[in-house]
Design a protein around this ligand. Structure first.
Ligand SMILES: Nc1ncnc2c1ncn2[C@@H]1O[C@H](COP(=O)(O)OP(=O)(O)OP(=O)(O)O)[C@@H](O)[C@H]1O
Length: 685
């Protein structure tokens, strides 16, 4: 049985940069004994509340590249050489030091150059000529994979596929053998220029893509006729971005949206794994598809969480640590990638053999078997068409050997037990028979049988190829169907979602109830009718996000925190940039994990907007409009109001009614039916 291995978590706080204020926003404290270190972050919404995260491998601002490599990375080199895949990924907000940690500089080389050096050192220790190293390097830019080892202009989008043993790989990715560190440096420095990097307000050289460098070691044992393949994937993820801080232009915004979406799916995958969900949404982004093996798969994982100091990044730090806490519970089942490299057995003339079993790219074995090349049972070659089936001349498709005779006073006759050879007419001992020696007869039979075997093998291969193509086609169709289904599911709210809200307001008059029921029906009808393109438009996403927030809020008020958390997370999928929402997720998650009561943090006082008359203020609770410039900001504001404003528990049925109508309308809205909803709250209400 394969052993399980939890992903190891390390956290690294980068030093303050010259232009940053030293406000001690994040603290790392170490216990006296060998216990875990703590990362302490004040709640951005209530600084008296401190979140403390226990992390065993904590690196503070003074830590060096060497510290992190020696303590957490070097031990993994042996694991790679035992034939296991290792994945190290750097995660964190933009400008938190991921690229610095993974790549580093000439003066302070990071994980990548150090790993390469260690891999060559290990190869030298083994002193074997049959150890080969190869490198590949790719990036995921706007949810598409590109080869960084080929010319950027001509680099095509690469497809992601799955092999016979369920391993996901990027098809057609270049892999270059490397014989020395110098060779690697030449390849890597050239390839790094191809990576998508751009300037933002927070980072002059911000990674606009997720990059994955893979070093593969193949060790061939020709005596045992086995080969082991170990791999180390070094992943520098793009950082999550708050567009308000990065000040991105439209191009950067599009990149940023892709980055945030893929990171959000990464969070969902980790969450689903923790929940033991039956469906893990790996397929929702290329990043998670490619990291599938590292997250709940067959590789050994190390997650390096990079943190930026200062209160400016406090919210991002909380998000990163929250992700770390969730990830450390993810279990992998590492296996040894071992292959049988024996040449195919030649078919014996007397037996027809099935095509040799397809050599799986890796014969996976549990990690316990790592020490030494354990020899599993050799794959048996199934015998199809036993000798007996060939014996009967009438049934055999082996061409009859004509004019063969062994009788007639020839020396070295066959024993009588051997059936008499048959003439073309089917008569034994026909007059036209040519006298042949036993050896010649055997040779002729062998040739004929071999020809037949070859023909059958070819036939089988063609059928197998055809089947494979059919399966691939079916898989593709199935995948597309699943994708469409998932999209539909994602857009669909659970049936009867408005019911709890209705129940809460029994004081609503009959008319109001009737209206809500009507809205619910309208919503359900509309959901079915929603056009995919409309649903996926940014506006629709934001509106759907707001609907989820409403529901989450209702559940959290009921004390149903787990459901509320799930709904808030769902909302996060649609509005990944919403900071207030992220804060709410963290707070509720904290309450759920610690079994404490959730007390919403005190709301900020709402600014009163004076009308011209000065006697009343107007609060836009959720303006539903389109076609005007303000709309872009509206959904954020809407959620903000829901999070902040609703905690007042307004008993005003008019306001409540308008909010729910707005949500239902937001979800079911069609271009023709767009309308504005404004709620006026009289002064003093
Ligand atoms: N440990 C460190 N020591 C010194 N400087 C650091 C350290 N970590 C990061 N930096 C500096 O901080 C800045 C941002 O780091 P880096 O580019 O590695 O961030 P990043 O997380 O990769 O950002 P992005 O996601 O935008 O690519 C760089 O100028 C880098 O040199």
């Amino acid at each position: 049985m394969a052993g399980t291995h939890k992903i190891k978590i390390a956290a690294r706080l980068r030093p303050r940069l010259d232009h940053e204020i030293d406000d001690q926003g994040i603290q790392i404290t170490h216990d006296q004994d060998e216990g875990p270190s703590w990362i302490c972050v004040p709640n951005p919404r209530d600084v008296t509340q401190i979140f403390r995260f226990p992390i065993t491998s904590c690196y503070d601002q003074d830590s060096t590249q060497e510290d992190i490599f020696e303590q957490d990375v070097r031990p993994l080199i042996d694991v790679v050489y035992s034939g296991v895949t290792v994945t190290i990924f750097a995660y964190g907000v933009t400008s938190s030091g991921k690229t610095h940690t993974m790549q580093g500089t000439k003066a302070c080389p990071g994980v990548i150059p150090r790993v390469v050096e260690a891999m060559f050192e290990q190869k030298a220790v083994l002193q074997k000529s049959n150890v080969e190293l190869a490198v590949s390097y790719m990036e995921i830019y706007k949810d598409e994979c590109y080869d960084l080892l080929v010319d950027r202009e001509t680099a095509p989008k690469l497809p992601v596929r799955e092999n016979d043993v369920g391993q996901v790989f990027v098809a057609n990715l270049t892999s270059i053998p490397i014989a020395s560190i110098e060779e690697f440096v030449a390849i890597y420095s050239q390839a790094s220029k191809h990576r998508s990097v751009g300037a933002t307000n927070l980072n002059r050289a911000s990674s606009r893509s997720h990059a994955m460098l893979t070093l593969e070691v193949t060790m061939t044992d020709s005596l045992a006729q086995r080969s082991l393949t170990g791999k180390i994937n070094l992943v520098d993820l793009a950082g999550s971005e708050n567009n308000k801080l990065t000040g991105n232009d439209p191009t950067r915004m599009a990149e940023s949206a892709a980055i945030n979406k893929s990171l959000s799916v990464l969070g969902q995958v980790v969450h689903a794994l923790n929940q033991g969900a039956s469906r893990i949404p790996y397929r929702n982004s290329k990043l998670t598809r490619i990291l599938q093996d590292a997250l709940g798969g067959n590789s050994v994982g190390l997650l390096i969480c990079n943190l930026a100091p200062g209160t400016k990044f406090r919210q991002d730090t909380l998000n990163t640590l929250n992700f770390a806490v969730r990830t450390k519970n993810v279990e992998n089942r590492p296996v040894v990638n071992e292959r049988d490299i024996r040449p195919q057995a030649k078919p014996h003339f007397a037996s027809i053999q099935a095509p040799p079993p397809k050599l799986a790219p890796a014969v996976l074995q549990p990690l316990e078997a790592v020490a030494g090349l354990s020899r599993g049972p050799r794959p048996s070659i199934a015998r199809v068409g036993p000798r007996a089936s060939l014996a009967g001349p009438s049934k055999s498709r082996v061409p009859r050997v004509s004019g063969i005779g062994v009788f007639g006073g020839h020396r070295g006759r066959r024993p009588s037990a051997v059936p008499a050879p048959i003439s073309e007419e089917g008569e034994a001992g026909g007059s036209s028979m040519v006298q042949l020696t036993d050896k010649e007869i055997d040779e002729r039979i062998a040739r004929a049988v071999e020809a037949e075997v070859a023909r059958r093998l070819k036939e089988r291969e063609e059928i197998a190829l055809q089947e494979k193509e059919n399966i691939a086609l079916q898989d593709k169709l199935q995948e597309e169907r699943e994708k469409e289904k998932l999209k539909e599911e994602d857009q669909r709210l659970p049936t009867g979602v408005l019911t709890p809200l209705m129940a809460k307001h029994r004081d609503l008059d009959d008319e109001l109830r009737a209206r809500l029921t009507e809205l619910e029906e309208k919503y359900e009808r509309a959901t079915k009718e929603l056009q995919l393109a409309d649903v996926l438009s940014p506006t629709s996403r934001k509106k759907t996000g707001r609907a989820y927030v409403m529901l989450a809020r209702a559940h959290s008020e009921k004390g149903d925190l787990q459901v509320a958390l799930d709904l808030y997370r769902k909302a996060e999928t649609y509005v990944p940039d919403n900071i207030k929402l992220k804060e709410r997720v963290i707070e509720i998650e904290w309450a759920v994990n610690n079994g404490t009561k959730f007390v919403p943090t005190p709301k900020k006082p709402r600014k009163a907007k004076k009308t011209k008359a000065g006697s009343s203020k107007t609060v836009v609770v959720g303006k539903v409009a389109s076609g005007d410039e303000d709309e872009e900001n509206m959904p954020m504001y809407g959620i903000h109001q829901m999070l902040e404003g609703e905690s007042s528990g307004s008993a005003n049925p008019l306001k409540r009614f308008k909010v729910e109508e707005d949500v239902a309308q937001a979800v079911s809205e069609t271009p023709q039916k767009k309308a504005k909803c404004e709620v006026k709250v009289e002064e003093g209400m």
